[in-house]
Design a protein around this ligand. Structure first.
Ligand code: HPA
Length: 292
């Protein structure tokens, strides 16, 4: 496999290696189900439960899929679940691997490449995020309108290395990254269900530490509305391959901007908020699938 669990520094893989492994992954998945998924769902921290509700589902543990990185984080299940949801055939990533776990950018985005190789054209990603916008409350949902990818900006970008022109362009344009039509649909679905759906800018940091109060104030100043540790790199790879992308953050905590407070952000709080978020997120995602 391409994943070395004991690696100390993330390595960059050649596209030849990645393609060979993707073919093995697709073969394994096709050996488990004849369903042809059209839509990919990535379910983040504490948000994986929806995958358990698919009809005629096939559960493929990540450990069975060549090259697939495994999440070591509590709250991430670690299965690819393929089945029917709201009349669509979907492939759900029940949990994801993160850059802060020591995986390379190529490794954390590999599942998106596999989804593309499976024939999936539309990806909906979810994540848990901290609120930067002071009008956001715990339990709110935010549709991503754009992102600021700090991790990529400092040279950790999954598109670095030789470009495979068969997949996408060397220099990827980043306007219309979050598909306008999908956003309109999501807003209509949320409005219909009476669910508040903010629309904002997601800031991607590497983690694993939460932000300092000074960082929270900076991220706010530069135009961020929510902050998290995933999604942006997956979106890059999906867009590079020409997939349509939508993403939703569940606000699990409010960013703490005061260094003298006794408040503290922690992972338990993130998972706890997931319980409030899941029913809302489920409603929006199911509505989206019906609308597609
Ligand atoms: N910061 C970064 N990532 C997060 C947060 C946060 O406050 N909450 C959930 N994921």
């Amino acid at each position: 496999g391409i994943i070395d669990q004991n690696q100390t520094s993330p390595k960059r893989l050649s596209m030849t290696d990645i393609h060979a492994t993707i073919e093995q992954a697709v073969a394994l998945i096709r050996s488990r189900t004849t369903l042809q998924p059209q839509i990919g769902l990535v379910l983040g921290s504490g948000l994986g439960g929806l995958a358990d509700t698919l009809d005629n589902r096939v559960v493929i543990p990540y450990a069975d899929i060549p090259g697939w990185p495994r999440s070591t984080v509590h709250g991430h299940h670690g299965n690819l679940v393929i089945g029917h949801l709201e009349g669509q055939v979907v492939a759900c990533q029940q949990g994801r691997a993160h850059f802060y776990e020591g995986y390379s950018q190529q490794e954390v985005t590999y599942p998106i490449r596999v989804m593309h190789a499976l024939g999936i054209q539309t990806v909906i990603l979810t994540n848990a995020a901290g609120g930067l916008n002071t009008s956001y409350r715990v339990g709110d949902l935010m549709l991503l309108k754009d992102h600021i990818n700090f991790v990529g900006m400092v040279g950790n970008n999954p598109l670095m290395g030789p470009n495979d022109d068969r997949v996408g362009p060397r220099f990827l344009g980043m306007v219309q990254t979050y598909d306008r039509d999908l956003r309109l649909k999501a807003r209509a679905v949320a409005a219909e269900a009476g669910i508040t759906l903010h629309e904002g800018v997601y800031v991607c940091l590497s983690g694993p530490n939460f932000e300092t109060p000074a960082e929270i104030r900076m991220l706010r100043t530069i135009g961020g509305d929510a902050v998290g540790m995933s999604t942006a790199h997956e979106v890059l790879v999906a867009r590079h391959a020409g997939m349509r992308v939508m993403a939703i953050s569940g606000i699990t905590n409010e960013g703490i901007d005061d260094p003298d407070t006794t408040l503290e952000t922690n992972h338990e709080e993130v998972l706890e908020a997931g319980k409030v978020l899941v029913p809302r997120l489920t409603t929006v995602l199911r509505g989206m699938l019906r609308a597609l």
